[in-house]
Write a protein that binds this ligand. Structure first.
Ligand code: ATP
Ligand code: ZN
Length: 210
């Protein structure tokens, strides 16, 4: 049978839990930080370690059959993939946050304001749905310092505990989306026997945790 490939984050917030989940499924592989690909010795599977941003497209294009990535990244890249299983880790929310002292009281007050984000697609859809026209400033990181630097009036960023917002003088203002890690596959490959076997194993690991 054809060897499957699963893409997981190489390093970062989802790496450890993704590796742990696969190991708990009984898969044997070396978790070398330096290698891009690790073969599984007891299942026809290879693990690809990638930046999370690249995972949705790799899966959509069939370079990887499966992937573990945050819902936020899937939505932002607007790929067409199959959602197989929510995984219960990597939970966070994409929120609009504003400086503690400000004149923004309702969503409508964001009209004409500059919002810094690394999620322009998701934010753009949210604002459109709410009938609000803001100036979306796409930046590649350190979004939370942008209001303090006078670069934006608000931000839209991922929040888990809220500690980062607080230490930058910001407060959560509106929820845009909530997210967790998800197992995805290329469209049409959901019914592959090996993928079904993996889903079964993952679901029993998740059930044992409940
Ligand atoms: P990479 O180097 O792979 O591009 P990254 O810096 O983009 O990594 P991480 O910060 O490791 O990404 O976050 C990976 C995912 O973890 C996020 O896309 C999100 O789904 C989830 N996550 C959970 N909590 C948070 C949080 N507080 N801030 C950011 N991401 C979070
Ligand atoms: Zn990333």
């Amino acid at each position: 049978m054809k060897t499957l490939k699963i893409a997981i984050q190489k390093s970062g917030r989802l790496n450890e839990k993704s590796v742990e989940l696969l190991k708990n499924c009984g898969l044997n592989f070396e978790n070398y930080k330096s290698s891009l690909i690790s073969p599984v010795s007891n299942f026809p599977l290879e693990i690809l370690f990638l930046r999370d941003d690249d995972i949705p497209e790799y899966v959509q294009d069939g370079i990887a059959d499966l992937g573990i990535v945050g819902e936020n990244v899937i939505e932002e890249t607007e790929v067409d993939v199959a959602y197989l299983q929510r995984l219960g880790f990597g939970k966070c929310s994409l929120k609009i946050a504003v400086p503690n002292n400000n004149d923004i009281a309702t969503l409508a007050d964001l009209n004409g304001k500059a919002i810094a984000t690394t999620y322009p697609v998701i934010l753009g859809k949210f604002l459109k749905k709410e009938g609000i026209t803001s100036d979306i400033r796409t930046i590649s990181g350190s979004v939370e310092i942008s209001p303090g630097l006078g670069l934006s009036d608000a931000i839209c960023d991922l929040v888990s505990t809220g500690g980062t917002l607080k230490s930058n003088g910001l407060k959560p203002f509106a929820d845009v989306m909530s997210s967790e890690a998800i197992l995805i596959s290329s469209k049409g490959s959901e019914n592959n026997d090996l993928i079904q076997e993996l889903i079964q194993r993952i679901q029993s690991v998740l059930r044992a945790k409940e």
